[in-house]
Design a protein around this ligand. Structure first.
Ligand code: FES
Length: 115
């Protein structure tokens, strides 16, 4: 995390759409770090080591198309994750930039919060 003023604003949304968390972020922060900073229920048990998939998020198709594709390691982890869709990514691997402004990041139905 940098000490610059956050310039990117978007929402996390619960799987059933009943809860929305507006967040602000700095370019280069991961979705996991942003979720943690805003007390959003994303576990992230392995803290970004791609060993748990508890940071699973669903990303809108238009935004997904413009992101760097998942690495083989990320794909392998998604292969063993519940409720995976074509829009699934690992939140610890997604670094935000200005194109996230105004978007919505959805938490999957199996989101657990063990914190
Ligand atoms: S935090 Fe474990 S895979 Fe992302």
């Amino acid at each position: 995390m940098t000490d610059q003023h956050p310039t990117i604003a978007f929402d996390f949304v619960s799987s059933d759409g009943s809860k929305t968390w507006p967040v602000t972020a700095n370019r280069g922060e991961s979705l996991l770090d942003i979720a943690w900073r805003h007390q959003i229920p994303m576990e992230g048990a392995c803290e970004g080591a791609m060993a748990c998939s508890t940071c699973h998020v669903l990303i809108t198709a238009d935004l997904l198309d413009s992101l760097k594709p998942a690495s083989d390691e990320e794909e392998d982890m998604l292969d063993i994750t519940y409720n995976v869709t074509a829009n699934s990514r690992l939140g610890c691997q997604i670094l935000v930039d200005e194109q996230f402004n105004g978007t919505k990041i959805y938490l999957p139905p199996d989101t657990r919060n063990m914190m």
